[in-house]
Design a protein around this ligand. Sequence first.
Ligand code: NAD
Length: 501
Amino acid sequence: MSDPIANIINGAAVPASSGRTLPVWNPATGEQQAAVGLSTAEDVAAAVAAAKAALPGWAATPPARRARLMMRFMALLEDNREELARILGAEHGKVREDALGEIQRGIENVEFACSATELLKGTYSRDVGPAIDIFTQRAPVGVCAGITPFNFPAMVPMWMYPIAIACGNTFVLKPSERDPSASLFVHALFREAGFPPGVLNVVQGDKVAVDALLTHPDVAAVSFVGSTAIARYIYATGAAHGKRVQALGGAKNHLVVMPDADLDQTVDALLGAGYGSAGERCMAVAVAVPVGEETADRLVAALKPRVEGLRIGPATDPDAEMGPLITREHRDRVAAYIDAGVAQGADLVVDGRGFRLQGYENGFFLGGTLFDRVTPEMSIYTDEIFGPVLSTVRVPTYEAAVDLIHGHAYGNGVAVFTRDGDTARDFADRIEIGMVGVNVPIPVPVAYHSFGGWKASLFGSHAMYGPEGVQFFTRLKTVTQRWPSGIKEGANLSFPSMDGS
Ligand code: NAD
């Protein structure tokens, strides 16, 4: 096997120095295809030092020049999207169309960052006092760190560093150790676009590297996306070390099906949102909530053959709709949830546990699974499973659907399918969830809005990317200025106000 996948520090590939590695699997075959080196605190310190050294020059680079480099980066990403999709497929297992969708949504964040000149404009008030004007500017915060999950190895990092860098910061990215190669490929394009070395650095690793970033005095801000337990830890530890932190966590997203919903559209939506990317999405729909027994019966009857008919295969199969899970342990964990759902009394309508693919018997595949008559105390309802398992919770009324959703710990995404405008408007207003879809199953905001859940799905005061990303990656400075020619007031010791000064 070739050398372990390395870090990129100040533009150069540098192996992690610990000697510790983790396997990188081919999830379709179940074989190890590479190893990733795990960084020490010293390796992380070297990356932070490179970012710190690059900071003064980069922060002083005019936003228009930063934006032009970002435009070149965007063009290179577009030209190389097929190769990037192949890399995602090889390590994550997602199928080509899904990988291309992720890449497109990532590129849109780079596109947003190309407007740095607009995004960094301040405000100006003239004559706030006699010959006194005020203006604001948004200054970079410094060296920023990003810690990202396995499930979007290209897009989620692009929620962070393009905006951070367009705002004049430098960056250290710690990608998931389970699919580390995408970040190296993207970094090569970033350098080819003309960005100076040290502006974006990549450290591979696990908790050791994360802790080193969270406690390093020269890291000013930490962006995290991952599971809730780790998000909570990242938020508390980063904040205790004086950093600004945004930490996005896990999810359990519901889709409410009103009796008047278009059934075909709803079934298509549930299939895509429940089983796309094998359910390994933080915006996956994990719970269908049909209102009324008749709606539930029609929905489950329509879903069953569609779930049974899912085309499951490796990323290299152009006809596959859904790939394998990320690791054998994760596949087994999801299967254990299915066991628990059966033991706890849910109706197993489609069982994915027996799925085998000829020629890929050791791959981490699981078939699409559908449960009916799930109740709120079951672990398949309370926990984020992160696999191709859709649970149906039947409720008698719209109000019961709202109460059910409000009783859940997570608050990332939610959807309602209905033809009724009153219901849709009431739902969007009242539901305590950060991202709401009306007849839209995966309401991931476009790059010029911002992404963020509520409750246990986000720790911190800023959502990610878009306008909130600009706020997070900049600090406000307000300058009050007077040019005193012709105005002689003498000393005034009272607190300055419009009347007094
Ligand atoms: P994870 O929490 O296991 O890992 C995320 C990152 O944290 C990785 O870089 C990992 O190396 C690091 N990490 C893991 N354990 C750590 C520890 N003990 N201390 C410090 N750092 C640690 O998440 P994952 O399995 O890679 O990704 C799936 C999770 O991410 C799901 O819960 C999913 O909902 C969530 N997610 C959320 C969003 C969102 O926008 N809210 C988006 C994508 C994924």
